[in-house]
Design a protein around this ligand. Structure first.
Ligand code: AP5
Ligand code: MG
Ligand code: ZN
Length: 228
């Protein structure tokens, strides 16, 4: 589908920690042929590789705080310049503040581009906490699994790349509670920012992974390519 588009496509997945952004972005990436750009995964990669940025970001991730906009915006905009982003990108976890949203809008406008849609994933708080407490992530490719809702075929192995699965440090209950507070105070206002621009598509994220995926594919007019 993307191959027939004249301009690059940028789609934002907006939602609280545990809403399923990473899970759904991976499925959409496969079906749209667009890269998934997860700011959280980029930070974790920098931390693993012990880069300067990784050292600066680590204390924020450990505490469940947002990394300052100056560092985050520079990192994501640099990533969007890479060749695989030429047809566009699925943005997972970015932007997360009004400052980031404005910086992204400006950077795209300078290239006569814009955000195409914002998929707003709505999930109840109890479900978010339950999803994060049972999550296991792939160290290598960042895929998310869940002991109950999306178990890996082989214990502790990623279905996609056979990498090791681990539990994120920031999925501890006290850090989860803080991340949720930060989301509702700093990121939720983005919903209105994009609603005023007529870009928001609401998605009922409380449903199963397959049903949410179907709804998102439908929203993007891709339902015919959906494979459960
Ligand atoms: P980030 O990595 O982006 O974490 P997050 O936003 O807190 O989101 P999560 O990855 O926890 O949730 P998700 O929505 O991707 O859910 P998932 O698909 O895994 O950010 C981490 C940190 O990095 C931040 O705290 C901050 O410090 C920093 N950071 C990142 N971006 C930043 C930015 N822009 N600005 C500043 N700082 C930034 O699913 C969760 C679980 O649920 C999985 O186990 C999954 O299998 C399961 N699941 C998914 N969907 C369903 C479903 N429908 N039903 C049942 N289970 C489901
Ligand atoms: Mg994620
Ligand atoms: Zn993997």
């Amino acid at each position: 589908m993307v191959a027939y588009r004249k301009t690059p496509m940028y789609c934002i997945l907006l939602g609280a920690p545990g809403a399923g952004k990473g899970t759904q972005a991976a499925l959409l990436s496969r079906d749209l042929g667009l890269p998934r750009i997860s700011s959280g995964d980029l930070f974790r990669e920098h931390i693993r590789n012990q880069t300067d940025l990784g050292r600066q970001a680590k204390s924020y991730l450990d505490a469940g705080e947002l990394v300052p906009d100056s560092l985050t915006v520079a990192m994501v905009l640099r990533r969007l310049e890479e060749a695989d982003c030429a047809p566009g990108a699925l943005l997972d976890g970015f932007p997360r503040t009004l400052g980031q949203a404005e910086a992204l809008e400006k950077a795209l406008a300078e290239r006569a581009l814009r955000i195409d849609c914002v998929l707003n994933m709505r999930v109840h708080r109890e479900a978010l906490v339950e999803r994060l407490s049972g999550r296991w992530m792939c160290r290598q490719c960042g895929a998310s699994f869940h002991l109950k809702h999306h178990p890996p075929t082989k214990a502790n192995r990623c279905d996609d790349c056979q990498g090791d699965l681990y539990q994120r440090d920031d999925d501890r209950p006290e850090t989860v509670a803080h991340r949720l507070e930060i989301y509702f105070s700093q990121t939720a206002p983005l919903e209105m920012f994009y609603r005023q621009r007529g870009m928001v598509i609401d998605i009922d994220g409380d449903q199963s992974i397959e049903v949410v995926s179907l709804e998102m594919h439908r929203a993007l007019g891709l339902v015919h390519t959906f494979a459960a």
